[in-house]
Design a protein. Structure first.
Length: 335
């Protein structure tokens, strides 16, 4: 009898045809972090995003999937890529999107997050996408609303949609992450992107390494189950992909970085720094980029850079997530 291999096997490319009889069900009300997802859940997101990626390449980039549905984009921190791509994702699915920022809300008048959320819930949205500076804010909201909540970044805790789009970007290039080495470079201590990517990329079979100055590594990093380096050359040796992180200067305490020039001299990713990496190494950055500090300008614009691919992937992945979470009850999917 021929054995059918499911998506739980790390050797099976995510874009391979689904096993016969497999159903794209979605058991989750909210997305708070990638740690809540199984490999099969991730496969559903990737397959759905791939179908929406095709839609994004059409002359008319709109489908009626979420017509009549409403999505609140509640961003209490600044954002360009995440906010815009969620807005575009909703509109391309024909949903009505409503953007709310901290400066444009009653939070600046002293209203609590709880009361703001209850006010939004009274308007009966189908989903709330939230970015907030406090870790746990998305979970706080999810516990108090009946609609779907998608975490667009909460403090240092998690950024699940960024990790999913990063994985999608690499899977489109490689088909699988099994046997691939991915180095995450920079301000690990203050990065929600790093935390979510370590969990997801490891789950998908990648060998993850972290690299940065000791002052920018979290105290608990030795318990993350990945290689940790302070030397850039060692960290990128043989790596198939290197993901640079933005220096989170707004979250750092004074004295963690003595000098930006010194940091750039040791940790700015350049073509020369990648000499020992895999010959076909790919370069990623979640943005915004500080050219000449985290990554050289020539490398950011080079053919091996996937930075703009990440932006394009973000729209497709967020379309997939809005579709899965908002239509879950329509399909009768259960938690």
């Amino acid at each position: 009898m021929k054995k059918t291999v499911g998506y739980g096997d790390t050797t099976v490319p995510f874009f391979a045809p689904r096993p016969q009889g497999a159903r794209m069900s979605w058991p989750h009300k909210d997305l708070l972090d990638v740690s809540q997802l199984s490999r099969d859940d991730v496969a559903v997101v990737m397959k759905t995003a791939a179908s929406f990626r095709e839609i994004n390449s059409r002359p008319v980039k709109k489908v009626p999937t979420l017509k009549g549905r409403s999505v609140v984009l509640f961003f209490a921190e600044p954002s360009t890529r995440t906010k815009t791509s969620f807005d575009m994702a909703g509109k391309r699915l024909s949903a009505d999107t409503f953007a709310l920022t901290k400066s444009g809300s009653s939070l600046v008048k002293g209203e609590s997050l709880k009361d703001t959320v209850l006010t939004l819930l009274a308007m009966n949205p189908d989903a709330i996408v939230i970015r907030h500076g406090e870790s746990g804010a998305a979970a706080f909201v999810a516990e108090r609303v009946t609609c779907a909540v998608i975490n667009a970044g909460d403090g240092r805790h998690a950024h699940p949609t960024q990790a999913l789009l990063d994985a999608f970007t690499l899977l489109e290039k490689w088909g699988t992450l099994a046997g691939k080495t991915v180095c995450i470079l920079g301000d690990i201590a203050h990065s929600r992107v790093a935390r979510s990517n370590v969990i997801l990329l490891s789950m998908l079979g990648a060998d993850v390494r972290l690299c940065g100055p000791r002052t920018l590594l979290p105290p608990s990093v030795d318990g993350w189950g990945v290689e940790v380096h302070s030397d850039l050359k060692q960290a990128v040796a043989g790596a198939h992909a290197v993901m640079c992180l933005r220096l989170q200067l707004e979250r750092q305490q004074a004295g963690l970085l003595p000098d930006l020039r010194e940091y750039a001299g040791r940790y700015c990713l350049s073509s020369a720094a990648l000499a020992g990496a895999d010959p076909d190494v790919k370069v990623l950055h979640p943005g915004p980029i500080n050219r000449g500090i985290e990554i050289s300008s020539e490398l950011a614009d080079a053919g091996q850079s996937l930075i703009l691919d990440q932006v394009a992937s973000g729209v497709a992945v967020r379309m997939a997530l809005l579709h899965l979470f908002i239509t879950r009850k329509d399909r009768g999917d259960k938690e």
